[in-house]
Design a protein around this ligand. Structure first.
Ligand code: GP9
Ligand code: MN
Length: 630
């Protein structure tokens, strides 16, 4: 038979080529089904998706996976060659990626992302123990490849004789893309996709889409990012920290080294707001245990929430690095392969083991990746807890009580340790508590505000029991204990009852004063005191560093115990001091006592000095400067 050239017009299904066409069609269909199956297999094998097979989530995930494979297939069709090499190569590549995903999932419970591949050192133990992670069933990822190779060998002569005309391939590709796009749109519209959890995206829209999404996200965030740190910038950073450290090292410092050698227990409480402290409803304290702890501790009552696009993760980030949150998005996602100076790393030098404890999916907020950069020795996630009691967060999160109890069974308390607890029961929506008569909320019953109060009352009770446990274990007097809220729990849209309850006005100064969280530092040997200086979450690390005698040179925060003046810079550029509030939105300075407007010109120099911290912090984060300054 004469070799047909592309230019020769020939119907795809011409009779003389019918056999070859059928064989080719079979190849294509088998190819698509095979890749779809491998993708779906990965998800069920690694407990991302669960039975029943035909649940709504699984159906839409499969639709999205088929849509992805069809789109890729359309692309390959355009670059089609007679020997089908592009198809074979792609199959090998995707199989290798799925296999790598499976190994990574087995170790870290999350999918491989571009930064992980790009920054191979973050493959960590996976690289070292690849063999131990491989299972026999992984053969499934490659099982089809010999068939395709065989198929191509058997049909190679026949396949050589035909080639679908370019135009027809393009038309077929466009049609496939249309089908793929429609399928994906349907799947996407039926999902409440969360961009905060990579595994969640995989679960709902499939592994194929996730890798596409991850590449797009990476390119978007890094395309225009100039990572080169100029000499001027290096100087700017150096001068900034020289001045900052010179000032803060001046006088002899109070409580220096008071917690040296002690364990560090940080409890970051979900949505714990400052107004709750000491507050009563119908004569009953909302947070009696926190109030009691405060009486024995340093209590900071003017700490402002500084989180931004990373919410809870931003609070964690500030506490562990004393850097500001990223200008856009979440540092946990965007800068998880940076070099940071962290509490864990400093304490490691002193022989401590460090634990991050959070009874939620490890991929949420990209914690798995970010905790490597922070340097936690272990991340105890939802996979490590027995889910034996559900309280809060709609009734499906592990209760704080069980979380604390099980955590203390995991931590090796025989060695000095740093444990970072991130609680969950106080998470919105607080509806779980609506019908529970756990706390008398009076006339507010069944409102968002009332449910929030009940949630925080429960979280407080669990905290109280945890502190009792620490006392029984002999850890209360042998540890530096820090308690604070990660961010607020009552948004502006739900502020009516709160403002009424507190007798506050609905104005910007009253509102900003409510954007505070309690910060409590308990350490044997301190004189309990209320510290009214204004500060923020970036200030936590410097205070710990002073008390534990560890280094913290590149901190954006300040040691509020040892600084003369207090201030807090918010991520939106607003500044709060002990006296005034500069609102970046209104570009106006207000007196914090009475809300009256002040002359901006008097304060602008000081405001700009404080705001410089944001600029330096952004430089450090966006240009990974700490790696280069070492
Ligand atoms: C989930 C928890 C909640 O892991 O940290 O995060 P949030 O929604 O509060 O940012
Ligand atoms: Mn939170």
């Amino acid at each position: 038979m004469k070799i047909q050239l592309e230019s020769v017009k020939r119907p795809i299904f011409s009779r003389e080529n019918a056999k070859i066409n059928i064989a080719e069609m079979f190849f294509f269909i088998f190819y698509i089904i095979s890749i779809v199956c491998k993708c779906v297999y990965l998800q069920f094998q690694n407990q991302i998706n669960f039975k029943p097979l035909f649940s709504k989530t699984n159906i839409y995930m499969s639709v999205s996976t088929i849509a992805f494979v069809l789109a890729v297939f359309a692309f390959l069709l355009v670059f089609y060659t007679r020997n089908k090499l592009v198809f074979l190569i792609f199959n090998v590549l995707i199989s290798a990626l799925l296999f790598a995903d499976a190994l990574y999932l087995r170790y870290y419970n999350t999918i491989i992302t571009v930064p992980v591949i790009y920054n191979a050192r973050y493959l960590g133990p996976v690289k070292e123990s690849v063999l131990s992670l491989i299972r026999k069933r992984d053969i499934f990822y490659f099982i089809d490849i010999p068939f395709f190779i065989l198929f191509v060998i058997v049909y190679r002569k026949k396949f050589k004789e035909i080639k679908l005309p370019f135009l027809k391939r393009c038309v077929a590709a466009v049609l496939l893309i249309l089908v793929s796009f429609t399928g994906f749109k349907v799947a996407y519209s039926k999902n409440d996709t969360s961009e905060y959890d990579n595994n969640y995206i995989v679960k709902n829209l499939g592994i194929g889409y996730f890798h596409y999404y991850d590449i797009r996200r990476y390119v978007k965030q890094n395309w225009n990012r100039n990572k080169n740190l100029s000499n001027d910038e290096i100087n700017e950073i150096k001068v900034f920290f020289e001045e900052k450290n010179e000032q803060s090292n001046k006088s002899p410092k109070k409580y220096s080294g008071i917690a040296k050698g002690k364990n560090l227990i940080i409890i970051q409480m979900e949505a714990l707001q400052g107004f709750l402290v000491g507050q009563k409803i119908n004569g009953k304290e909302i947070t009696p245990n926190l109030n009691k702890l405060i009486e024995e501790s340093l209590y900071f009552n003017n700490i402002y929430v500084q989180v931004a696009g990373g919410n809870t993760s931003d609070a964690e980030f500030m506490t562990n690095t004393s850097l500001y949150p990223a200008k856009e998005g979440a540092a946990y996602f965007r800068f998880s392969t940076n070099e940071y100076n962290t509490l864990s790393k400093e304490l490691k030098k002193e022989g401590y083991d460090s634990y991050a404890l959070h009874a939620y999916g490890p991929a949420f907020w990209n914690r798995t990746e970010m905790y490597k950069a922070i340097g936690f020795d272990r991340f105890i996630s939802v996979n490590d807890y027995v889910l034996d009691e559900y309280i809060g967060w709609g009734g499906w999160a592990l209760s704080d009580d069980s979380f604390y109890r099980q955590s203390m069974e995991i931590i090796d308390v025989q060695k000095p340790f740093y444990s970072f607890f991130i609680t969950l029961s106080g998470h919105h929506p607080y509806t779980y508590f609506e019908d529970k008569q756990t706390f008398d909320v009076g006339k507010y019953d069944k409102t968002y505000f009332a449910n929030y109060i009940k949630a925080q009352n429960y979280a407080d009770a669990a905290l109280g029991r945890f502190i009792e446990r620490l006392k029984n274990m002999g850890l209360y007097d042998n540890s530096l204990i820090i308690v604070y809220g990660d961010h607020t729990g009552l948004p502006k849209a739900q502020s009516k009852e709160l403002l009424e309850f507190l007798g506050k006005k609905d104005d910007s100064v009253d509102w900003i004063k409510l954007q505070k969280i309690p910060l409590v530092i308990h350490c044997p040997g301190i004189d309990p005191e209320v510290i009214e200086k204004t500060g923020g979450q970036v200030d936590i690390f410097p205070m710990i560093a002073n008390m534990m005698g560890i280094k913290n040179y590149y901190a954006m925060g300040k040691d509020l115990i040892n600084s003369e003046k207090g201030y807090a810079v918010l991520r939106n550029g607003s500044v709060l001091t002990d006296d005034y509030y500069y609102s970046s939105e209104a570009d106006t300075v207000y007196d914090l006592k009475n809300g009256s407007e002040l002359d901006k010109d008097i304060y602008i120099e000081e405001i700009e000095k404080y705001r410089k911290e944001l600029k330096i912090s952004d430089l450090i984060i966006e240009k990974d400067a700490l790696r280069k300054l070492k």
